[in-house]
Design a protein around this ligand. Sequence first.
Ligand code: NAP
Length: 301
Amino acid sequence: MTQAKPTVLIIGVTGMLGNQIASAILDKGVMTVKALVRSNNSKQDKLKPLQQRGMTSVEGNLLDMPSLLEACENVDAIVSAVSGSEEMAVTGQLNLIEAAAAKKVRRMIPSDYSVDYRKLDWGDNYNLDMRKKVFSALESSQIDYTLILNGCFTDILFGSFANVFDFAAGTFSYWGDGNTPFDTTTTNDTAKFIAEAIADPTMANKALEIAGDIITMKQLLETYQNVTGKTLIANQLGSVEDLTAWIEKTKAVATSPYEYLSQQYLFTMVSGKGKLDNIANSQYPHIALSSVAEYIRQAGL
Ligand SMILES: NC(=O)c1ccc[n+]([C@@H]2O[C@H](COP(=O)([O-])OP(=O)(O)OC[C@H]3O[C@@H](n4cnc5c(N)ncnc54)[C@H](OP(=O)(O)O)[C@@H]3O)[C@@H](O)[C@H]2O)c1
């Protein structure tokens, strides 16, 4: 008799990363995939291809405990890729931990996918404070955890949220001296490592640190220019101390953390404070991580 595959419940399959996680877990083929999807979700185009490959879905919401208890029934592991406000990221994931514990789910990957927030001080980064809270709850629960730490997503680094590349203006803006290394990994590579880690019992109560590249701001600009043959105007915005002062000044009058969140992420990178110290790309040697240069070529930037 063949043994049933363990079941993983994924939160956030209609989102950017969660969709890639579901696909990577299905590709690996050793777990059954179940997605928690909010009612009336309009992103059927994101669900259908995965459902055709065997993913099942249950209706639920991180803010609705009965739906979480039902979703966690007969689940072995959870991968959370939720994003959003404190209510979703903290209250929602704490609810998830409570439901998972009640249903004896063995392991959970919380929605981290970031720099090493364990090294940061409270207040350094609004979003990463939320991860600290969820990790603390997970650590004191009966559920095993696995943290996935990948630095900045390479795809995001080139997008508008990061405030580094402005292709329309032809500029490259950075804080600090440009010589501090930081970690960067594509979302696609991160999803592949998540698929490995959630199926790997040796990863219980451990952090998996990965990096497709370790690069400084100056090297990032140089790599972009070398690969594309295009030139951008480098714009040094100030020192790390200037960045900290900018954040504090903006925070004092901001009506939303999103007015300074991007700069708080940059702080964790250009200060070196969120640097990954135990990168273990070789944990799953069959995954070839994309460097920044490879990403630029693949994305056709
Ligand atoms: N390191 C980096 O550079 C970096 C960059 C970007 C993101 N991230 C991290 O990666 C993770 C995923 O981010 P993302 O950009 O992929 O997120 P996203 O695209 O915004 O997707 C969020 C997902 O969460 C679901 N969701 C939200 N509230 C929910 C609730 N109450 N109940 C159930 N599901 C709910 C959404 O469902 P609906 O479709 O119903 O809205 C969606 O599927 C986050 O932790 C984020 O901070 C890291």
